[in-house]
Design a protein around this ligand. Structure first.
Ligand code: NYM
Ligand code: MG
Length: 211
């Protein structure tokens, strides 16, 4: 298929809480923009939509929600963003996304009574990332970082189960990156990987997740 404009890449960052994803996403978008590459920062949950406000209240432990129900809200928060994401990708903008469906599945299925295959179902068919940059840091190292423990799920035993669940979802789009490096060292690695992914994505259609 020939295109007038080559599409942007969908680059997702994943990892346990406090692994440095938000910092790296921000630095990557800045670096790409400085290089003249169209790139935009995106994040899930997007706490600014009506659904996102409910999610945010739940995470801040201001309300309780049944486990399946909150899982579906996280998923709905991705689906509501899809039209805009597709528009940007096809107009040539690379999206650097802080968490995606893998977070949805890894966190929800760390709870009692929700299995991974059930958790995956509502995520099936979302735009498939061209690459998942997984920032690897032990839950112990993460727990020593600033602000840890403020939100729901930020406990070492829960994060251990999340880390195990992530491992079950790795495929050939995943790049495992050591997140114990300094911010600048990590950024150098991330930027090199991203440039390769952006180049490769130009010639490929956007796939559908887990189909
Ligand atoms: N989280 C995030 C989920 O449980 N399901 C999801 O689908 C997503 C995207 O929300 N502990 C969890 C992981 C985090 C928390 O994320 C909020 P952040 O990046 O700290 O705002
Ligand atoms: Mg957090």
């Amino acid at each position: 298929m020939s295109r007038l404009i080559s599409r942007g890449a969908l680059i997702v960052f994943e990892g346990c809480d406090r692994s440095g994803k938000s910092t790296q996403c921000k630095k990557l978008v800045e670096a790409l923009n400085n290089d003249g590459i169209k790139a935009k920062l995106w994040r899930f949950p997007d706490r600014d939509t009506a659904i996102g406000v409910m999610i945010s209240r739940y995470l801040e432990q201001k309300c309780e929600l049944e486990d399946h129900a909150i899982h579906l809200l996280f998923t709905a928060n991705r689906w509501e963003a899809v039209p805009r994401m597709m528009e940007l990708l096809s107009s040539g903008t690379t999206l650097v996304v802080d968490r995606y469906a893998y977070s949805g599945v890894a966190f929800s299925s760390a709870k009692q009574g929700l299995d991974m295959s059930w958790c995956k179902q509502p995520e099936v068919g979302l735009p498939k990332p061209d690459a998942v940059l997984f920032l690897q840091l032990t839950p112990e190292a993460a727990s020593e970082r600033a602000d840890y423990g403020k939100e729901r799920y930020e406990q070492p035993e829960f994060q251990d189960r999340v880390a195990d669940n992530y491992k079950l979802m790795t495929d050939d789009t995943w790049k495992m990156i050591d997140a114990s490096q300094t911010i600048d060292e990590l950024h150098t690695v991330v930027r090199a990987v991203a440039l390769e992914v952006i180049e490769k994505a130009k010639g490929q259609d956007i796939g559908q997740l887990w189909t």
